[in-house]
Design a protein around this ligand. Sequence first.
Ligand SMILES: *[C@@H]1O[C@H](CO)[C@@H](O)[C@H](O)[C@H]1NC(C)=O
Length: 631
Amino acid sequence: MRREQRRRLTALCLLLLVAFLVLRPRLPDSFSFRMWSRHKGLLAEDGQFLLEDEPLRILGGSMHYFRIPKEYWKDRMMKMKACGLNTLTTYVPWNLHEAQRGKFDFSENLDLGTYLDIAAQVGLWVILRPGPYICSEWDLGGLPSWLLRDKDMQLRTTYKGFAEATEAYFNQLLPRVVRHQYSRGGAIIAVQVENEYGSYAKDANYLEFIKTALLRRGIVEMLLTSDNKDGISSGSMEGVLATINFQKIEPILFTYLESIQGNKPVMVMEYWTGWFDHWGGDHHVFDVDQMVSTVSDVLTKGASINLYMFHGGTNFGFMNGALHFHEYRSDVTSYDYDAPLTEAGDYTSKYFKLRELFSKQYSEPLLPAPALFTKTAYGAVTMKRSLSLWDALHLTGEPFKSELPVNMENLPVNDGNGQSYGYTLYETVIYGGGKFQTKGNVRDRAQVFVSGQSVGFVDYKNQELDIAEVPGYRKLRILIENCGRVNYGVKINDQRKGLVGDVFLRDVPLRNYKIYSLDMNSTFMNSLNNIQWSDVSEEKKGPVFCQGALQVNYSPTDTYLSMKSWKKGVVFVNGKNLGRYWDIGPQETLYVPGTWLWLGVNTITIYEEQEVGSALYSVDSPHLGRTQYVD
Ligand SMILES: *[C@@H]1O[C@H](CO)[C@@H](O)[C@H](O)[C@H]1NC(C)=O
């Protein structure tokens, strides 16, 4: 090589080196140099987890991107980090990502990739829990309701219809996850195989099927299963680390883990920091000192722990789940969970006591806890105009006509996916009156109208109504609410909603229905603005929409709507569904994220089933209802 050439080459090398050093900190996370130094992912060795040969105690916290406005993700994660946690765990809700079969959404509040990137930026590891079933007090445990269009569907099994749908979903989900794995420079150190399958265990091949589905699509990090005491003996599998879920230490779980996996590290995948609430019940709280002392005991045992929930957030829209053991009970809108951070991301005494406990795990002081977001009481919101539901029916398009009743999921709407959520109206004509009987075929709750007059409600308990004997033909309307699908237990296969069979008048099954699908989606809610409304003083009787304005004069902050004088319904703010309210409680206020408000006039639309309330107030603190200690 000539001298000249050599000199040029040296200069070029120097230039590249300088460019590399200058650019390195500016490169996006996805172009990570970290992966070069990553050889070994999370390992479960003698009694402890190791990451690159360093012991790692997982101090995790659960929070779900789909329950928190996107703009607040980072704030909540920084609060998690400042509490001394090192790992974020999240479920992935299939029913939001694939609301219609084959149409996938990973944008805006479902932007899982950005969520994982922020976790990496904040310095949190991630344990991903992609399901497909996630439980989580979420409609149908996260499964899309269109699966139920198949009358033979067997959820959470290798039944062809379920297995194929799962693979099609994983084909979309997992390529978006793979690059976020530890070995590729990302935050994901472990991935969970399904969720508490041991307490369902309908198919001996199913867990293996899910595991293979993950591996085939490039999941390389540690795999885990997670079970409570009902399921631990049938939920674990060869080559996958079993982890346990509880609220109070269950020695039997520790013994069992040792019996099946010897000296592997113990991980409490769900340590329940509080509990969820259902309509008609109390607001559950779990004693802070009891919680801290159990967490401390778990740490003393040398185990790793994940707090479920660290921050619960909100079941916005119609997405709450339900339980059905002795009776059907649907979950409330708030998913506050009595967790260390409140529904709105505020600190609780649990947060500070945990922070003190976790700080002892570090030699350096923890980061300071970030400042809180202001909450504002905007005061009274005057309802100005109203619109009877009956006057808005035509906006749903032509009703579907059917001789026999058809359940929500099988209605020919939403491009062949059926109706998933909300209300469905079944209309027919009756002659005379007599005993109206549902025989349990109304799911979950309906208001019944004869010639426009309400004759009462039917649900799981009340299955009969008397319809006054009047000669002649009259219009009968059965307005059914899907109150939320069961998310846990064997009843998940029995979650079709609307009319799931015949209803009767004088023992004769009713026939010839007009069926209106009222999922109150944004297209429908927007179209309400194109028709004539009345002054609210003229139209107060439910079912009714009413509207008012919330005036915001400075930069918008979080607030709560107090539903005190209202009976039952749904609230929309600037077209976004905040969730349901119900005067049987316990929840009395609905959380309104400031990021969903704008400067100036904000439109509040309420769908009220019975009677327009006397007033609506924006208040600055939540009221989740009378409390009951969990024991
Ligand atoms: C929303 O509701 C309207 C009216 O009920 C319906 O026509 C439409 O198919 C629904 N779905 C979407 C995605 O807009």
